[in-house]
Design a protein around this ligand. Structure first.
Ligand SMILES: Nc1ncnc2c1ncn2[C@@H]1O[C@H](COP(=O)(O)OP(=O)(O)OP(=O)(O)O)[C@@H](O)[C@H]1O
Ligand SMILES: [Mg+2]
Length: 200
């Protein structure tokens, strides 16, 4: 989905196709390639999971970079423009670094959510996941691909704890995920929590 206002010059003129290394101008073809890249990134990052991993800011950038580096020069890099979608204005780019630090300090203090293997802690795990998904939705640190990068990031966290990837299929199909994301803008995580509860 294209971002407004169009001061964000990552798109080819008069189009919603992001300027890419392969100079592909057809959105359908680019979408197919992105799908393939996403699958490969899942495999690579899954294979690299280990006990010493830290799900920090650097890791989030690595996730985005791993998916999108064949296509975009800004893969893995925080954006340098303000962006919004419909009524939602994401974190101003000048505050990205400081807000990101705040979120990731909290996540570090929560031990990067690395100790939730025990099923007795599942409900607390869902609360924590929902909180951080909400916060990082509002941050929206990248030009594009925030949704996919975040889902992959949290899928690695749940995998680390012995769970399968979160199933977002239904929520993505019927706009529930978008509506939940809109609520995140006012720090209302209940809809995200419903999605995670069903999908985990
Ligand atoms: N109106 C909105 N208000 C707040 N958040 C929104 C809105 N519309 C979409 N979002 C969030 O933005 C994400 C999409 O961001 P972006 O386009 O950068 O990522 P993507 O990976 O290309 O998209 P997708 O999640 O659809 O695969 C959605 O997943 C959703 O979380
Ligand atoms: Mg998008």
């Amino acid at each position: 989905m294209k971002y407004y206002p169009p001061s964000n010059h990552i798109y080819y003129e008069n189009s919603d196709v992001p300027i890419n290394n392969l100079e592909i101008k057809e959105l359908e073809i680019l979408t197919e390639i992105e799908k393939e890249l996403l699958v490969r990134a899942y495999e690579k990052l899954h294979n690299e999971l280990n006990e010493n991993i830290e799900f920090d800011e650097k890791y989030l950038c690595k996730v985005h970079e791993t998916i999108f580096t064949p296509l975009y020069t800004w893969a893995g890099k925080y954006r340098t423009v303000n962006i919004s979608k419909d009524e939602s204005m994401f974190c101003p780019y000048l505050n990205l670094d400081s807000f990101s630090k705040e979120i990731f300090i909290k996540l570090r203090n929560d031990n990067f959510l690395k100790n939730y293997e025990d099923i007795s802690r599942k409900s607390e795990f869902i609360d924590k996941l929902s909180f951080y998904i909400c916060e990082l939705n509002v941050l929206h640190p990248f030009n594009e691909g925030n949704g996919r990068a975040l889902r992959l990031f949290f899928d690695m966290i749940v995998t680390y704890n012995g769970y399968e990837y979160i199933n977002y299929e239904e929520a993505l199909k019927n706009n529930e995920y978008i509506n939940a994301s809109i609520d995140c803008m006012i720090a209302e995580c209940e809809k995200i929590k419903n999605i995670i509860t069903r999908g985990l």
